[in-house]
Design a protein around this ligand. Structure first.
Ligand code: ISE
Length: 343
């Protein structure tokens, strides 16, 4: 692929104009001067037209593959439903275009392998995966504190991941694929180790939920260097959206603090507000992520966030968690060799 210089504007095509796609469109349009939103596709063409109206000169496509192959599109952002990601990423690889896909890389291990193999065969890193916590200032501060070494060796990663509500009927497996993937990525990224064994338990938090729903999951993991991780994913917490990550080390611990918020005193209470969802909580991270992605393409260097290997490893962990969740027993992972392309 030809490397773009900084003086050129990167023309980005967006696939999916729902909540996340719209967020990427607005962030690119408002905050990344060296890129422009050139094209938008959504299955709902009215929605695509509406979002295109938010930026100047965005073309609306009625077919995602035509958007990917259009000569006026330099790079692609995928924010369509999870089970379309792998197929669309393969199309981007075939077209030789850089792509930033929302997580997950794929919804099955087989599809994740397909993307990994296609990129390795191409011999060029074109795929970036949107694990935006890697660009969240609080998570970055925890990473820096641990990497500094003064706290000693990391022993335990503790994560709390709560969503206010999810649609009726959502299964534990979907939560593992769609939500917990973030936590698997954080575990690997913050501990700098691979996951060797997982054990997942779940429960239904309220009797009025679908009988098959398990909306609170507790995931235990053992890492390659014997450190441990425990993750709570609770997706019907009602009161708001929260993510907190703590790394407990030999001589201290580092934990994410509250994001840009004020302590408000009123009516005999002291209170911090809690964001309603991840779009509010991680807005800064999404801007930094997409700006870094554009810059990495323009400078012809690898993206600083998650790549295909990270997305694939996350899917392997997810697959093992699904097996543990179904079978009620711990599940060991066979950790594959990392291809040279990602070393
Ligand atoms: C959603 O897709 C996200 O990416 C959020 O960060 C996560 O908290 C939520 O559970 C997912 O559904």
């Amino acid at each position: 692929m030809e490397t773009k210089t900084n003086s050129e504007t990167l023309s980005v095509g967006i696939i999916g104009a729902g909540g996340m796609g719209t967020r990427h469109v607005l962030n690119l349009h408002r905050a990344v001067g060296s890129a422009r939103v050139a094209a938008i596709y959504d299955l709902d063409q009215d929605r695509a037209r509406q979002v295109a109206g938010m930026c100047r000169q965005s073309l609306v496509f009625d077919d995602p593959e035509r958007l990917i192959n259009d000569p006026h599109v330099d790079a692609v952002v995928i924010a369509s439903p999870d089970d379309t990601h792998a197929r669309l990423m393969l199309a981007c690889l075939q077209a030789g275009k850089p792509v930033l896909s929302e997580k997950p890389l794929a919804t099955t291990v087989e599809d994740a392998v397909r993307v990994l193999e296609a990129e390795v065969a191409l011999g060029q890193r074109l795929v970036s995966v949107g694990y935006m916590r890697r660009f969240d200032p609080q998570h970055m501060a925890v990473k820096t504190a641990v990497a500094d070494g003064a706290l000693g060796r990391p022993l335990l990663f503790k994560e709390v991941h709560r969503n206010a509500a999810v649609p009726y009927g959502i299964t534990g497996e979907t939560i593992l694929i769609n939500s917990a993937g973030h936590d698997f990525d954080s575990t690997r990224w913050l501990l700098g180790e691979e996951v060797q064994e997982v054990f997942v338990r779940g429960l239904r938090s309220r009797a009025d939920l679908h009988p098959d729903t398990k909306d609170l999951l507790l995931i235990e993991m053992a890492m390659t260097n014997e450190s441990l991780a425990v993750v709570e994913v609770y997706v019907n917490a009602e009161y708001g959206y929260e993510v907190s990550a703590e790394v407990v080390c030999q001589r201290g611990s580092a934990i994410t603090t509250l994001a840009d918020t004020a302590l408000v005193r009123t009516e005999a209470r002291r209170a911090y507000s809690i964001p309603a969802d991840w779009l509010a909580r991680f807005q800064n991270a999404y801007v930094v992520e997409v700006a870094e992605w554009v810059e990495s393409i323009q400078e012809g260097r690898p993206f600083d966030g998650a790549n295909t290997w990270d997305g694939y490893m996350t899917m392997l962990i997810t697959g093992s968690c699904i097996e543990s969740f179904r079978g009620g027993a711990a599940k060991s992972l066979k950790i594959p060799d990392k291809p040279v392309l990602y070393q």
